[in-house]
Design a protein. Structure first.
Length: 271
């Protein structure tokens, strides 16, 4: 029992997170670790504190089998191998019905204050009437950001607890139908969770666009400059790690994991 948390350093948690696509199907994930991951998601930031992110924990073989027909084909091995999948959805009910409860609540406890122009009067007569009359697609758009925030925290907790994880797509209405979603709930993304069948080092940090290509200063498109000394420090701390490469060792690791699962292997970078 217990989380068996080894105190993984925060910087390493960020740096070690990977999208892991091989799992040990025979090593179950402890329920307490799943609970910790869900708590990390639940405590993520929520718009207006709506708390509209839902997670359906899926581990039964019959559900995993049903997933083979309703997740993208390249995700089937992952959904089968991972002992647990977390199905993230947004529930607009918690926007339309939850905001009227939550906004006054966070005002009363001092999270939002008159210092910033908040009052119970403007919440009731201005903010809530505006927010709760947004059309469904607008609410879904906003809540999908909230869901992404929750998923990110879930992934960091999984990494901290020595687990692998990977977000994976599915066919929204069919997943909702299978899991009994109400009309107000909308599938966002699933997440495989399990003990990794490959190592953090072998997976390597996946390539990213150059800093200045996507981080801008003051004006969109004006590259922000990354200080090499800061990057060096981040590298020492484990936040920035060597980029993944298909070395002979990596190829062998992929093929060993694939063979163990009875999955097709690969020969080189082209296939
Ligand atoms: C919203 C979202 C959806 C994703 N969907 C899938 C997916 O359907 N299948 C998959 O194998 N990986 C999926 N991924 C993982 C990405 O492919 C992965 O994050 C990317 O290749 C970078 O690798 P890294 O996560 O190891 O840094 C998804 C990631 C995000 C953020």
């Amino acid at each position: 029992m217990g989380l068996d948390y080894q105190g993984k350093d925060f910087m390493n948690v960020i740096g070690d997170r990977r999208s892991c696509r091989f799992y040990d199907p025979n090593r179950p994930v402890e329920p307490e670790k799943i609970q910790a991951i869900c708590q990390a998601a639940r405590t993520a930031s929520h718009m207006g504190n709506a708390n509209a992110v839902t997670i359906t924990i899926v581990s039964k073989q019959e559900t995993k089998d049903a997933f083979t027909k309703i997740v993208s084909s390249f995700n089937i091995p992952m959904a089968q191998m991972a002992p647990v999948s977390l199905v993230f959805a947004l529930d607009r009910k918690w926007w339309f019905e939850g905001l009227p409860e939550m906004l006054p609540k966070i005002f009363k406890l001092g999270a939002i204050n008159p210092s910033h122009g908040w009052s119970l009067d403007n919440i009731e007569n201005s903010t809530l009437p505006r927010l709760t009359t947004f059309p469904d697609p607008v609410v879904s758009y906003m809540l999908s950001c909230e869901t992404g925030m929750a998923m990110a925290q879930a992934q960091l907790m999984a990494t901290a607890l020595g687990l692998g994880c990977c977000a994976y797509a599915g066919v929204p209405p069919k997943i909702g139908e299978l899991l009994g979603f109400p009309e107000t709930a909308q599938f966002v993304w699933a997440m495989a969770i399990g003990y990794p069948g490959e190592t953090v080092e072998s997976m390597g940090m996946r390539p990213r666009r150059a800093y200045g290509d996507i981080i801008y200063q003051e004006k969109f498109g004006t590259p922000a400059i990354a200080d090499p000394a800061v990057d060096e420090e981040l590298t020492k701390l484990g936040v920035l790690q060597p980029e993944s490469a298909l070395t002979p060792e990596r190829l062998a690791a992929i093929n060993a994991a694939a063979e163990q699962m009875g999955l097709p292997t690969r020969t080189d970078e082209n296939g």
